[in-house]
Design a protein around this ligand. Structure first.
Ligand SMILES: [Zn+2]
Length: 174
């Protein structure tokens, strides 16, 4: 990190710090939305992607990607993504399983994924708008292992309880 980066590398991955050009949007390795490096020409850096990247709170971009919500189409998924970024939570859109064929490239449902560290904030945010509960996709490819299923069920219940408690607290505060 001692030498200054090439002028074109205006963005960086918030997770692995790899540098990207300004027209890239996501890290090839992590899938995280890229953020501005802060050393590029400030005036020219005001693209939509970079304005959004500036809102990202780094503490919400750690860990594996997990699905937090789904949109029935790209527009709806991007709406959710924009809501999340207002809270500083970066997210990634992915075609929902079973719809990742060319016929559905433009339409078709999208999964909205966030990093694990941003999941709780995302859930709170989406819970307030009812977007998060619209389509709860089952965890994919669990195999037949009952122990794993039980663990997942326990985690889901714990998260739901946490969300309920969080909302109750926020309700009291508001
Ligand atoms: Zn990365």
């Amino acid at each position: 990190m001692s030498s200054s980066p090439p002028a074109g590398d205006a963005l960086a991955c918030p997770s692995c710090a790899r540098a990207y050009r300004a027209d890239e949007r996501f890290c090839d390795d992590c899938g995280m939305p890229l953020v501005a490096r802060g050393d590029g020409p400030a005036e020219e850096a005001r693209t939509d992607a970079q304005q959004r990247a500036r809102k990202i709170r780094p503490e919400f971009s750690h860990g594996d990607l997990v699905q937090v919500a789904g949109g029935r189409n790209l527009m709806e998924a991007e709406l959710i993504q924009n809501l999340l970024i207002e809270e500083g939570v970066p997210s990634v859109l992915r075609r929902s399983a079973g719809f990742d064929v060319p016929d559905f490239l433009a339409s078709g449902p999208r999964d909205v994924l966030v990093a694990e560290s941003g999941l709780e904030a995302a859930r709170d945010m989406l819970g307030a708008t009812d977007l998060g509960s619209r389509r709860a996709a089952p965890p994919a490819a669990l195999g037949g292992h009952r122990l794993i299923l039980r663990l997942v069920a326990g985690i889901v219940i714990a998260l739901l309880l946490a969300a309920i408690v969080a909302r109750a607290i926020m309700g009291v505060a508001a």
